[in-house]
Design a protein around this ligand. Structure first.
Ligand SMILES: [Zn+2]
Length: 249
């Protein structure tokens, strides 16, 4: 019979805070061999894990040497507006076609369903014990169905007015764009997130993407097309463009 003797790991952790040029850095000293530097989501907190035997001066020097890197990555987190983590519980605010609704979760023993209740509520029927991840799936599916319905009418209307037609259009989840147009394939993608915005904003995006079938680039001719068909477009653009979407034309 063999016996293996393993050196017992020292599991104690010493936590401290170091402030270097406006950064509040949390340092964990533990039984490890190397230094680790992490920038943590969602707001870019800086964390350093260091070997126990390392003195504070060396840790400080290490952090100083990484300052440009830290700055760059922390700023990246700060630029991203945090999407509020939805839990899909009663009382939560949800936007739909530009209106704010309160969620009303109704647990029942049947198929999930979502209905707009005209009193300012979204009634969300779900089975008892459905977790937020499953609820989110149901919600996204509902968003997709509703946006598809809305877009079908909008595409028919504007393709006729503008005298162009897309070969196909689809809905996609996108991080930085409201819509895209592949002019050679004549394929338009619309961001699922638009379902939360007022209908005139959804129309503006469709007109913008269809305008690319007339003029590919964002030039004077493109602006003229937009001015002709949807003279209010600059206002709609302002309404839509938060920090996340500032690059959108
Ligand atoms: Zn464009």
């Amino acid at each position: 019979m063999f016996k293996f003797f393993k050196k017992k790991r020292d599991k104690t952790v010493i936590k401290s805070e170091i402030i270097i040029s406006d950064f509040n850095i949390t340092v964990f000293k533990k039984d490890i061999k190397n230094l680790h530097l992490n920038i943590l989501p969602p707001d870019g907190k800086v964390r350093v894990s260091a070997p126990k035997r390392m003195d504070d001066r060396s840790i400080r020097l290490f952090i100083m040497s990484k300052l440009p890197w830290i700055e760059k990555h922390v700023n990246r987190f700060k630029e991203q507006p945090r999407e509020t983590q939805m839990e899909y519980v009663s009382g939560e605010s949800h936007y739909f076609k530009g209106e704010r609704y309160l969620l009303n979760v109704i647990e029942y023993d049947g198929k999930s369903a979502i209905k707009i209740n005209n009193k300012g509520y979204i009634d969300f029927y779900v089975k008892d014990g459905t977790n937020s991840e499953q609820k989110k799936k149901v919600f996204l599916l509902w968003h997709r169905e509703e946006l598809t319905k809305e877009l079908s009418g909008i595409f028919i209307k504007w393709q006729e007015i503008m005298g162009v037609s897309a070969k196909e259009w689809r809905i996609k989840q996108m991080k930085t764009k409201w819509g895209t147009c592949n002019t050679s394939a004549k394929r338009i993608w619309i961001n699922l997130e638009l379902v939360k915005k007022p209908v005139h904003c959804i129309e503006y995006i469709v007109v913008h993407e269809l305008a690319h079938l007339i003029e590919r680039n964002h030039n004077k001719r493109f602006t003229a097309v937009m001015d002709k068909f949807i003279p209010q477009w600059r206002n709609y653009k302002k309404e839509l463009n938060g920090p996340l979407f500032k690059s959108y034309q």
